[in-house]
Design a protein around this ligand. Structure first.
Ligand code: UDP
Ligand code: MG
Length: 327
């Protein structure tokens, strides 16, 4: 009877030890899955926590002396077999249970995993679409976005923010920690990490609103978003976009315009090699953004092959057709 009880106790303890190990591994996985950007959620004393687990589960058994171990592992090995000591069994069982309860409680007290609670902690956009109208302006390099934006500013009092211009200004700003990174990306037609561009845009929007003295404002966000992550991030933290103006233009036409512009623009990316890279980035990374918004029914597509005047007539007609005169 006492032998059976001891064996059952051992079995229970092993089960608890297994549970503990499994639980601690799961918690460690949860901790290591926390994104670095949420380091404020990361517990700073992970090793202490791990040590507790190890002590509870693996050190308990070795600390027992050989005779103590035998006393509950086998009645016959306790010497004369008449007296079985129950206290080591109780100690081990208590230690295992205590450790398990401790781990469960710790798990309950763990900081929330931002991935799991994304919906509850979702940031609200900085600007409300009921006050701020945002139009994304997309099209390949040299499609004429900047030129058409200037026309829209005149007729519809938009604020025009070119993501490329903001990045170039940041690149040239003395002391900018992103200067070199931006320079390299622009030269290679690559896309600057979205955090930088989104922050620059948000700041520029806040400045424009502050200067205008009105909470209501219209923005043309030119050359952005060039990648899906930028689109999601901007709409999540800055402002949902109303529409996308897409300037559709064949590469050959755009290349001719860029090489012409390169004669005087002084831009590091208006040269044949950079232009080729920019085209590739546009097709592979930016066109999916246009396609995404097309499925959302938010794209105004304009043929950007003709001259600026003709293109603008089309832009104006389509924009007013979609939003009315007083959007
Ligand atoms: N760029 C970027 N992210 C953006 C917008 C621009 O990284 O959201 C970089 C990219 O390297 C791009 C360059 O800035 O090739 C020039 O952008 P710009 O909009 O000035 O070029 P455009 O399309 O007007 O020729
Ligand atoms: Mg431009």
């Amino acid at each position: 009877m006492s032998v059976a009880a001891a064996a059952a106790g051992r079995q229970v303890w092993r089960q608890l030890a297994r549970n503990n190990t499994g639980t601690s591994a799961a918690i460690r996985r949860t901790i290591s899955s926390l994104p670095k950007s949420h380091s404020q959620f990361r517990p700073t004393s992970l090793p202490a926590f791990t040590t507790t687990t190890t002590t509870t589960t693996s050190k308990a058994v070795p600390r027992l002396s050989q005779s103590q171990y035998r006393s509950y592992s086998s009645g016959g090995s306790s010497g004369d077999g008449t007296k079985v000591k129950f206290w080591p069994f109780v100690v081990v069982l208590a230690a295992g249970t205590g450790g398990w309860v401790l781990l469960i409680n710790r798990q309950k007290n763990m900081p929330p995993n931002p991935k799991q609670t994304a919906s509850s902690t979702k940031p609200t956009p900085a600007f409300s679409p009921s006050e701020v109208t945002v139009l994304f302006v997309l099209g390949g390099p040299g499609a004429g976005k900047g030129t058409q934006c200037a026309n829209l500013v005149t007729d519809f009092s938009f604020h025009h923010l070119s993501a490329g211009d903001l990045l170039r200004a940041e690149q040239d700003r003395p002391g900018s920690q992103y200067g070199q990174l931006i320079q390299d990306c622009i030269k290679n037609g690559a896309i600057v990490p979205m955090e930088v561009t989104v922050a620059l845009l948000e700041n520029a929007m806040a400045d424009a609103i502050k200067k205008s003295g009105s909470r209501k404002a219209r923005f043309l966000i030119d050359g952005f978003p060039r990648k899906m992550d930028q689109a999601f991030q901007f709409e999540k933290v800055v402002c949902p976009a109303k529409l996308v103006l897409f300037f559709d233009c064949p590469e050959q036409v755009m290349e001719g315009r860029l090489l012409e512009r390169g004669k005087t623009s002084g831009r590091a990316d208006d040269n044949a090699e950079s232009i080729r890279k920019r085209f590739r980035t546009f097709v592979e990374t930016s066109m999916p953004v246009v396609e995404y918004y097309e499925k959302e029914g938010k794209v105004i597509k304009v043929d950007a092959t003709p001259g600026p005047k003709e293109v603008y007539e089309d832009v104006k007609r389509k924009l007013v057709g979609k939003l009315g005169e007083n959007f």
